[in-house]
Each structure stands twice: as C-alpha cells, then as structure tokens.
Write a new protein. Structure first.
Lengths: 239, 191, 281
C-alpha cells in the first residue's frame, strides 16, 4: 500500500470525529479503526500503544474534570452524581475524539515502514531537503543510541552509574549529554559535503528507485478522501 | 534552484532532531522530571537562526509522532516556537552572558506556555496522562479556571527544563572547536 | 587540453597565520594518473578539497594564483554542480556516507538519483560500481554497520557511480588489505584508459608510485617536486612512508652502492629484480 493512502484517509476520519457530537456515534467511529488495527499483524502491540496513551489520559480527565478533589480541598458539598456525569460529557467526547484520531494514526503507521515512507517522500513533489529532514534523523538515531551505550559504558568505567540516586543521576546526565551532543555535531560539515558531492539538490527533478506506486484503487481512495474532507469541512460552516 | 536552507544547515538540523529524540529518551530513562527534548533545537537556534530552529523543532515532533506516539505530533507547534523564540533571542544577543541566557530561557518558557496551553486545554481537556494532571486538578479546584490551571502547570513543568536546555546548548556551542565553529559563519554570538 | 591547471597557486585557510598551500604549478590531463605525496599535515587533504570545489563554501579560505578546471576557477564553484565532473573520496571512511540510505545499494544509488537519470541506467551503474569495488555482497547492509574497509569500498563505489572526469582519492585505501588495495587500484587504472583522470593523495610511496605517471611532492604545503616516480624517489622517501625494500634501496643509493643506470624500485614487487640488476649489471 502506498504510504500516503492511509495518511489521506486519516483526514476525513479526523474531521468526522470533530463533526460528530453524540458519544454513541463517536464510539461507532472508534470501533472501526480499532477493529482494523487489531486485525493487522502486530496489532496487539499497537493496541497496547494506543492504551498506553489513552488510559492515563482518561484517568487524568476524570481527575481534572470529575471534580473529585473539590470536597477534599475546599470542604464544599460534593457534587451530585448526575451533575458529575453532565460535567464529564464534554470530556468524554474529547477523549473519544483523541481516541479516534490516535487509532487512525496507528492504523496508518501499521501499513507502512519508515523505509517505504522515506522513498515515498523523496519521490513526491516535496522538496528533497524536506524529505531528507524527515528521513535522516531516523537513521542517525540508531548510531546515536549505539554511541550513547558506548559513552555510558565509558562513564561507568570512570565511576558514573545511571542507576544511582537522584543527585548523582543529575550529574551523570551532564556527563552523558555533552559528549554525545558534541560528537554528533562534529561531523555535520562532513555529512553536508557528502550530500553535496552526490549532487544533492543540484537538479530540479530527481529519480527515486523503487518508489512506492499508488494503485488505481489507492488513487481513487485518495480522491475520495479529499472530497469527503471538503464535504465534512463544509458541513461545519453550513450545518 | 535556490534552496531555503544550505546543505550544511540541513545536516545540522538533522543532527539536532536526532539529539532531541535521543536525549528525550535519556531523560525519561533516568526518570528525571524534565524533557530534554529541545537541546538540539536550541543549538540550531544558536548556529543557524530562528527559521531553521523553528523547522527543526517542528520536524522533531512530527518524526516523534511517527515512531513513538502520534500525540507528540499535536505538540509540534510548541517545539517549533521554542526554536523560533530561541533563535530570535540568540540573534539579539540573548545568549552572550549567563544572566542573559537565563532571561532567554524564561522568555522561551513563556512562549511555550502561550502555545502549549490552548493545545493542551482544547485538544486534550487540559490533560496529558502524566503526573502533572494532579497539579492541574488541584489548581482547578482552588478556583482557577481550566485554562489558567493548565498554563500554571505548563509553566512549572517547563521552566527547569528550558533553563537547563538553554544552558547545555549554550555551553556546547561555546565549547565547540574552531573547525566546527567556522562552518557556521552566521552563528549568533555566545561570548 | 588540461582538465585541471594550476600556476603559482596558493591557498590560505581562514584564521591561519601563513599559507596552507603555496607554489602549486601543475596540470592534470584526461586519462592521467597523478600522485600527491607528503607526510601528515603537509596540505594533501586541503589540496584535495580545493580540487573538489570546497572553497569557499565548505572550506573557508582565500586563494591566489591560477587554479582552474576547464579554464574556470575552482574557487567559487558549487560542490553539488561540480559533483558530476569531480569526485572526492575522503580519508575517513564514514565521511562519505549520506546518512539517508537504508542500505548500501540505496547509498550508492543516491548520487545518480539526484542527477535525475533513468531508473534502468541507475541500476546498471550501481551494479557496475559495486562490482568494481568488490562490494556487491554489501548491497543489503546498513551503511552504519559497515566496517572501516567496507565503508571505504562503498565510498569509492559511490564516487565511481557518478562517472566523474576526475577522481580524487585521499588516502582511500588506508583500511583495505594490501592485496585488495592493489586489485582496486589496478581496476581504477583501467578506468583511466577511458579518459578518467585519477589523483591519489598518499602518505605511502609504493602505492602512489605503482599507479602514477607523475608524483607531486608536498612539504609544508609547498610543491617541492613534480616528476616521474623514479626521479622523485630519493627526495620523496625522506618525507613519506615506504616499505622496507624501498628504504633499503634509498640507503644504498645514498651510500653510493647503487649501480648507475638502474632505476630505483617503485614497490616491493619490482625491488628484487632491481637489486639483482644492481648486483649483476
């Protein structure tokens, strides 16, 4: 599947989530991407990712908007249950909307790999510099993490340990951070020279090998997504 | 073709984005109450200016959203404004002495509050699913409205982090060897 | 018609007290192999970067004298635009990696992709370049996971795939085993027969002398000699590394133990024959 297809479909889905107000309708809208997500390979992992964000969010919302702390702090009468439910309704709506957008985003991410996405970015009409900015940090992070492991081992040998108490953790942080940052910055010039010596951005049009190709149904879906997004956005203005 | 950023600025931004993401993970690994995800952005602000730092911050959160949590992508404007304000401060000599660095970091924190509060309040109901929610709830109950409570919490959570990040970025850029510093002739003054 | 022409050229890096390079007068024609030899810090890398168009954007410096490629000054050229004609392979093997390719094949293909070449041609070029550098088995590897020697081979392949008119190799064989370096150098020499000019920047005399028709000796950034390897032999070995056989020959020549008319050996392989010539006449 072309990486941009899922992204395009996310737009009307998110707009629809914003448009709907009734929690039961929102729940239906939520069920669909969640179901699709669970049916993907590695679906459970992504579902756990989804839960890891949304459950604390739900708890936080209950805490902030449920006003359970009222009686405890200011000694006033605790709210009646129906009032509390009414107060929580907009929050529930908000939570459901976040849930839908997040589920759609995770669903999209499950349909593509960073490599394919990078190729799609380079092959698109996006400037090559923007594609580079979105792609190269991912690869650099792997090197940085390896470097971090090496640095923290060297620091441990010199007597710094990441499992220490609070104060020592702060000190070890500085000991870890600065060398890593300086090392990363030191070959910025070389990497730029490497890019330039491969004629990076020297021509207006570049070829991309193995660029993902959008099948006919995908192009149709993207057009459908764009159209529905416009219609839904329009329905905001003319209810 | 006249590109917006030189290739060297692009590689600097790419390195900064990677630094942001890795250090952000280090901070959460060490379980310290700071984020540490803007040091790279501030380094770009010092070496390449506000626009490059704006884009670097924005891209950091977009990529973070891509690989870790799409919620981070919603806060991309916050990361972007850190770069923008940091770069503007740097250009106006806000990173030349220690007191100025502290002042700049305060300005950056205020900018963060201005941008993050509406996002957090209207998109997420003032909640992030972290321990800071207790703070918001408490202040809400004390009589502040939600927006104020969120603003105060964001300020408190970010002040230490931004001061620390600005200091680290400043120290690093000050200590850069000559051969690297000459590659960025447009860098802001740090002495 | 010279591809590169330098006359009394000198270069001073920004912030340096005296000239980094001075007194450079040489030219490079198509199909020629030139070697620039000198010890550490003599300015070889600076010269390589200058020829690759790094001045002034990637290397801040002021230049004087004539230093031209196809009669246009080298200083002020954009590296990206020059990239189709001049390719530099740097001493540090990882310095040539772009950092935005997920595997070696994509890394090598990055350059031709930027040139907008048709897909089929890119694939052919990439396969040929990897084959020439004995790096075809590395195609699927992550660039960051390569060893020093592997990264060097990939860097050379990435330079060759651009089909440059001038290939600059700055100590590009340092991590390769001698046999592999020899094979690669032989294949690169074969390419010069198609018109590509090759410049080797080396601290090692034998490697340079094996392939080059002329050697330029640099000392403290100044051009000392420009002549055939045999002619610069005695002086050059005072400044650069060489294998023991060549050192022995140099000592012998200094001590007057050499026979007139016998050329000095240029590498360990030809040394025994020369010694025998000296012995038996």
């Amino acid at each position: 599947m072309h990486p941009f297809t899922g992204l395009a479909l996310m737009l009307p889905a998110s707009l629809l989530a914003l448009r709907l107000a009734a929690p039961d309708r929102l729940l239906v809208l939520l069920a669909l991407p969640l179901f699709l997500l669970l049916s993907r390979p590695q679906g459970w992992k992504r579902f756990r990712q989804w839960c890891a964000v949304l459950l604390p969010l739900a708890l936080g919302m209950l805490l902030v908007h449920g006003r359970w702390l009222d009686g405890w702090v200011s000694g006033t009468q605790e709210m009646a249950t129906e009032n509390r439910v009414e107060a929580l309704l907009p929050v529930v709506r908000l939570w459901l909307r976040v849930a839908i957008v997040l589920a759609c985003a995770l669903l999209w991410l499950s349909t593509t790999t960073p490599e394919r996405l990078m190729r799609a970015l380079f092959a698109s009409r996006l400037p090559a510099g923007a594609a580079y900015l979105l792609a190269s940090p991912l690869l650099l992070i792997e090197q940085l993490k390896a470097r971090l492991a090496a640095v923290s081992q060297a620091q441990a040998a010199r007597g710094v340990d990441v499992h220490w108490s609070w104060f020592k953790r702060w000190r070890s942080l500085l000991a870890l951070t600065v060398p890593l940052v300086v090392w990363t910055l030191s070959d910025v010039g070389e990497r730029a020279a490497a890019l330039d010596s491969r004629a990076f951005r020297s021509r207006a049009r570049r070829t991309t090998l193995d660029a993902p190709v959008a099948a006919r149904w995908e192009r149709a879906s993207m057009a459908f997504a764009a159209l529905s997004a416009v219609l839904i956005a329009g329905s905001f203005i003319w209810p | 073709m006249n590109p917006l950023f030189s290739t060297r600025t692009l590689t600097l931004m790419s390195a900064a984005i990677a630094i942001n993401m890795v250090l952000g993970q280090v901070a959460s690994m060490l379980k310290l109450p700071i984020f540490l995800d803007s040091i790279g952005t501030l380094i770009v602000a010092l070496l390449a200016g506000p626009l490059a730092a704006f884009v670097a911050g924005l891209t950091t959160n977009l990529i973070w959203g891509l690989i870790t949590s799409p919620v981070a992508a919603a806060f991309a404007p916050v990361a972007a404004v850190i770069g923008l304000v940091g770069g503007l401060c740097a250009r106006s000599g806000g990173f030349r002495t220690l007191p100025r660095v502290l002042l700049s970091s305060l300005l950056i924190t205020l900018a963060v509050v201005v941008v993050a509060t509406p996002i957090r309040t209207y998109l997420f109901g003032g909640v992030t699913g972290s321990g800071a929610d207790f703070m918001v709830a408490y202040m809400n109950v004390l009589g502040n409205n939600l927006l104020e409570s969120v603003a105060l919490t964001v300020f408190g959570a970010n002040l230490v982090d931004k001061v620390l990040s600005a200091l680290v970025a400043w120290v690093v850029v000050r200590g850069l060897p000559e051969r690297i510093r000459t590659q960025f002739p447009a860098a802001a003054k740090v002495r | 018609m010279a591809l590169i022409r330098c006359e009394h050229a000198s270069l001073t890096r920004n912030g340096a007290l005296h000239a980094t390079l001075s007194g450079l007068s040489f030219d490079i024609t198509a199909g020629e192999t030139l070697a620039v030899v000198g010890g550490s810090g003599t300015g070889k890398t600076t010269l390589a970067c200058w020829l690759a168009g790094w001045v002034p954007h990637a290397m801040q410096a002021t230049v004087s004298g004539v230093a031209c490629i196809d009669d246009t000054p080298l200083a002020g050229q954009s590296v990206a635009r020059l990239a189709e004609r001049v390719q530099l392979v740097q001493a540090s093997p990882y310095a040539g990696l772009t950092g935005c390719a997920f595997n070696v094949a994509a890394e090598v293909a990055f350059g031709p992709e930027n040139l907008g070449l048709p897909e089929a041609e890119i694939r052919t070029r990439v396969a040929a370049a990897l084959e020439l550098c004995e790096a075809s088995d590395l195609s699927a590897r992550r660039p960051a996971s390569l060893s020093g020697g592997e990264a060097q081979r990939v860097a050379i392949a990435a330079a060759l795939v651009m089909q440059p008119q001038l290939l600059l190799l700055d100590e590009a064989f340092s991590r390769l085993a001698p046999a592999a370096a020899g094979r690669l150098l032989a294949r690169l020499s074969a390419l010069t027969r198609n018109g590509m000019a090759l410049v080797l920047f080396e601290k090692q005399f034998d490697l340079a002398a094996r392939a080059a028709s002329r050697i330029l000796l640099l000392e403290d950034g100044q051009q000392q000699l420009l002549d055939t390897p045999a002619a610069v032999f005695d002086r050059a070995l005072d400044h650069v590394r060489a294998c023991d056989a060549l050192r022995a020959a140099q000592r012998a020549r200094r001590a007057g133990l050499w026979r007139d008319g016998v050329l000095p050996p240029l590498d360990a392989a030809t040394a025994p024959a020369r010694f025998l010539d000296v012995l038996h006449g």
